[in-house]
Design a protein around this ligand. Structure first.
Ligand SMILES: Cc1cc2nc3c(=O)[nH]c(=O)nc-3n(C[C@H](O)[C@H](O)[C@H](O)COP(=O)(O)OP(=O)(O)OC[C@H]3O[C@@H](n4cnc5c(N)ncnc54)[C@H](O)[C@@H]3O)c2cc1C
Length: 314
C-alpha cells in the first residue's frame, strides 16, 4: 500500500523465524477499533529473532512497536514501515519468592491473577489495566495510587540497533504516565517485586478496585482509557466537564457520558473523528480554564490525504 508494488517492503527485510504479514488493519489490533493498516506486521519468535531483524533491516525502514493497543490511536492512513507486536513467545510468567519474571507481552491482568494465586501483594492495581507489561512500563501505567514504577526491579530491553540491555528500574526514569524509554527501544521482559500478603486481602482489594472502575468508567466501550493526563494537582475530567464537553461528538467519536476523560468510539468513528474531538476538547478547556491538556493516548501513524492539510506525519 505504501510502497506501491505489493510485497516490495517484505522483499527488503531480513529473513526471520517469526512472521511478516502485509497490510494488516490496525483497527483489529487496537481498543479504539480504528486506524489504517500496518504496511508490514512482524511478530518475532524470540529475542534473538528480534535482534537479527533489527540488525538486518534497512536503516530507512521505520519501526513502530505496539502492545495490545489499549493506549493507542492509529491514524486512518495507517503505519508505514514495520509494526512489531510481541506475541505468546514473550508472554511467559515465573514466580521466584517475591519476584515475578515475565515477558513483556504478558497482560497486566494475568500478573494480577498470578500474584493473587501466589499470595504476592502490590499488583492489585494491574487487575483493571488492559495492556501488556511492556506497555505498562513504557507508559508507567498506574491506578489507585500505585504505578508499575512501584513494582519494577529490572527491564530487559533491545535497542533500535539490536543491542540487549538489562536496566534497573531507576535508569528508565519512570514518571507520571511517562518514561525516558526511547521509542525505538523494545522491552522484551521484566522482573517485578511484590511482598507476601494474605490472598484474602489481595482479593478484597482487587474486588474493590473492580467495583470502583465499573461504576466510574465505560469499560465495555471501544476506548483507550484516559485521553489526557491529569495536570499537576488537577483532574482532567473535571476540566473537561467544566468546559461543557460531556457527551460532545465528532462523527462516531464521543466524550463518554460516564467519564468525560474517556473518548469512546460509538460504532463508526474514524481515527480522524477521535483526534479532532480530542483537539476540540483541548481547545475548549484552554478557553474555559487557560490550561493546556496533554494527550495521554499515543497517536501514531499517518493521516489520509483527505484528513491532512500538511501531508502525513508520525
Ligand atoms: C478501559 C481502559 C482502561 C484503562 N485504564 C488505565 C489505568 O487505570 N491506568 C493506566 O495507566 N492506563 C490505563 N489504560 C491505558 C492502557 O491500558 C495503558 O497505557 C497500558 O499500559 C498500555 O499497554 P498496551 O500493551 O496496550 O500498549 P499500547 O497501547 O499498544 O502502546 C502504548 C505505548 O507503549 C509502547 N509499548 C508497548 N509495548 C512495548 C514494549 N514491549 N516495549 C516498549 N514499548 C512498548 C508503545 O510503543 C506505545 O508507545 C486503560 C485503557 C483502557 C482501554
Amino acid at each position: 500500500m505504501f510502497f506501491g508494488k505489493k510485497g516490495s517492503l517484505i522483499d527488503m527485510l531480513p529473513k526471520v523465524e517469526g512472521s511478516y504479514v502485509e497490510d494488516v488493519p490496525m483497527s483489529d489490533l487496537t481498543w479504539f477499533g480504528v486506524g489504517g493498516p500496518a504496511e508490514v506486521l512482524y511478530r518475532p519468535n524470540d529475542e534473538l529473532d528480534l535482534q537479527r531483524f533489527l540488525i538486518g533491516k534497512p536503516y530507512n525502514v521505520h519501526v513502530t512497536l505496539v502492545g495490545v493497543g489499549s493506549n493507542l490511536l492509529v491514524r486512518d492512513g495507517g503505519i508505514p514501515g514495520v509494526v512489531i507486536r510481541l506475541g505468546p513467545p514473550f508472554a511467559s510468567v515465573r514466580v521466584d519468592g517475591d519476584l515475578i519474571h515475565c515477558g513483556a507481552a504478558c497482560l497486566d491482568t494475568k500478573i494480577a491473577k498470578v500474584a493473587l494465586r501466589e499470595g504476592l501483594g502490590g499488583f492489585e492495581f494491574l487487575g483493571g489495566i488492559p495492556g501488556t507489561i511492556g506497555g505498562a512500563i513504557k507508559m508507567n501505567a498506574g491506578s489507585f495510587s500505585r504505578e508499575i514504577k512501584d513494582v519494577l526491579v529490572k527491564a530487559i530491553i533491545i535497542d533500535g540497533s539490536g543491542n540487549r540491555y538489562e536496566l534497573d528500574a531507576d535508569e528508565l526514569r519512570l514518571a507520571y504516565r511517562s518514561s525516558l524509554i526511547p521509542n525505538d527501544w523494545i522491552i522484551t521482559s521484566a522482573i517485578l517485586r511484590g511482598y507476601k500478603e494474605d490472598p484474602a486481602i489481595i482479593k478484597k482489594k482487587m474486588n474493590d478496585y473492580k467495583e470502583k472502575r465499573e461504576t466510574a468508567q465505560p469499560l465495555k466501550a471501544k476506548t483507550a482509557g484516559s485521553t489526557f493526563k491529569n495536570p499537576e494537582g488537577l483532574q482532567a475530567w473535571k476540566l473537561i466537564e467544566r468546559a461543557g464537553c460531556r457527551g460532545l461528538r465528532v462523527g462516531g467519536a464521543m466524550i463518554s457520558e460516564k467519564h468525560c476523560n474517556f473518548i469512546v468510539n460509538v460504532g463508526d468513528a474514524t481515527a480522524n473523528d477521535i483526534e479532532t474531538l480530542g483537539e476540540e476538547v483541548r481547545r475548549r478547556v484552554k478557553e474555559a480554564t487557560s490550561i493546556d491538556l496533554e494527550w495521554e493516548v499515543r497517536r501514531i501513524g499517518v493521516k489520509t490525504e483527505k484528513d491532512s492539510s500538511f501531508g502525513g506525519r508520525y
